[in-house]
Design a binder for this molecule. Structure first.
Ligand code: PEP
Ligand code: CO
Length: 450
């Protein structure tokens, strides 16, 4: 293994490193007072929950379970509602039932939510009606409104509170009866129920219901079996705004270890994963399971250095590499990279993000992605792993429980000319609930065969 960083880590040591994509807060005393306030707030997650997710991810890296990570590209302050959280939770439950049934493996459910508010952008500015404005960077940083584009530290507090109430509802849904497998039929969303995939889901739900009745008839205490009544649900987001992440980083009183308690799982984006930069420095010191996005330009040396720094003891479940190469590049770029990392004996949770390498602009100007490209990238990802003899351990999706028209294709055959009908994303185009189900049935077939 390569050189391991020896300088001492502190939760604030990232401040000594170069940083990309980070807001610059002009008024120092304002941001410092927000940081103090955030530091005094309760953590959003508990360290032992992060440990339990890490244990599950270790199993995923060995093929004994599978990671389903998904949610909005960017959560929004204005679209915050109980219904939106409920519908996102429902679609994740449905997808996980489809995948569990086909693969006979536990599905690890990780939402891109309760903190997914900050966005890296390809350009610092955008031109609107001939005028240049600072880019919108997510509700945690600035506003979409053109006259409110300066980073505002008070947004960090709002992000914390919205994350806390989102998480509160998710915990209630996970443990309060909503996720009881006996309610499997109720998770189907109204607008999906009548299409092919909604109907396929209904058939599956009926089979599950029948199996539960069978188990009851055999004397198994279905009503008191916790695994059938509750689910474990975890949260994740890109650790982009390090003032926020640092303020929520806490020391576990028993082990003395540090955890970023803003979410169970944090990842570093494709644009901020430079070695010897602040984002890598920050995440190396927290014990949460973490991820790093890997695009088509990543080299073998980049990845091995990332592994050395973020996972020096090669702990299973600690590091997820989220591969997002694009359907046109993955076949060319990924096989040799995968071979080199595997030959080096690294323990990696390999997850496929088939969204971020497949973004394009429709002739109408909408940012979109084609369902076919998304499916093709997933198929390539699995085929490349099969050829290498390694394990494809997860999927990372941008999706919503709403009936949006943001991605092209799928059974509804969404075309460029109807993208405008229901286009609501804050940032990147998401799969709608029907497309998410369709994708799950396709993925279930692949998992069944692998
Ligand atoms: C994202 O996940 O929303 C994102 C910006 O991804 P990436 O860093 O892979 O571009
Ligand atoms: Co995105």
């Amino acid at each position: 293994m390569g050189k391991v960083i020896t300088s001492a880590w502190r939760k604030e040591s990232w401040r000594d490193f170069p940083i990309k994509q980070h807001p610059v807060y002009v008024n120092k005393s304002d941001i410092e007072s927000v940081e103090r306030e955030l530091s005094s707030f309760p953590p959003l997650v508990f360290s032992k929950e992060a440990d339990s997710l890490k244990d599950k991810l270790a199993k995923a890296s060995c093929g004994q379970s599978f990671l389903l990570q998904g949610g909005d590209c960017a959560e929004s302050f204005s679209q915050f509602s109980a219904d939106a959280i409920r519908d996102m939770f429902k679609i994740i439950l449905q997808m996980s039932v489809i995948l569990t049934f086909a693969s006979s493996r536990p599905i690890i459910k990780v939402g891109r939510l309760a903190g997914q508010f900050a966005k890296p952008r390809s350009s610092d500015t955008e031109i609107i009606n001939g005028i240049s404005y600072p880019s919108y960077r997510g509700d945690l940083i600035n506003s979409q409104e053109l006259d409110k584009r300066n980073p505002d530290p008070l947004r960090l507090l709002k992000g914390y509170h919205q994350s806390a109430s989102t998480l509160n509802l998710l915990r209630a849904f996970s443990q309060g009866g909503f996720a009881n497998l006996e309610r499997v039929h109720n998770w189907n969303l109204g607008f999906v129920a009548n299409n092919n995939f909604g109907k396929r889901y209904e058939e599956l739900a009926s089979q599950i219901e029948k199996s539960l009745r069978f188990m009851k008839a055999c004397g198994i205490d279905v009503d008191n079996t916790r695994q059938l009544k509750e689910v474990s649900f975890y949260t994740s987001h890109e650790a982009l705004v390090l003032n926020y992440e640092e303020a929520l980083t806490r020391q576990d009183s028993i082990s003395g270890d540090w955890y970023d308690c803003s979410a169970h799982f944090l990842w570093i984006g494709e644009r901020t994963r430079d070695i010897d930069h602040a984002h890598i420095e920050f995440l190396r010191g927290v014990k949460n399971p973490i991820g790093v996005k890997i695009g088509p330009n990543a080299s073998k040396d980049d990845i091995l250095r990332i592994c050395d720094i973020l996972n020096p003891s090669n702990e299973k479940g600690r590091l997820t590499l989220i591969v997002r190469m694009g359907s046109d590049k993955i076949e060319d770029k990924f096989p040799s990279l995968l071979r080199d990392i595997c030959n080096d004996g690294r323990n990696i949770v390999w997850s496929c993000d088939p969204m971020h390498g497949n973004t394009k602009v429709a002739s109408s100007g909408y940012k979109t992605r084609s369902f076919t490209d998304i499916v093709n990238e997933i198929k390539s990802f699995f085929a490349i792993h099969k050829a290498q003899g390694s394990i494809a351990s997860g999927i990372h999706l941008e999706m919503t429980g709403a009936d949006v028209t943001e991605c092209l294709g799928g059974v509804q055959d969404i075309s460029e000319s109807i993208l405008h009908k229901s286009y609501h994303t804050q940032c990147d185009p998401r799969l709608n609930a029907t497309q998410a189900l369709e994708l799950s049935f396709m993925l279930a077939e692949i998992l069944e065969q692998s």
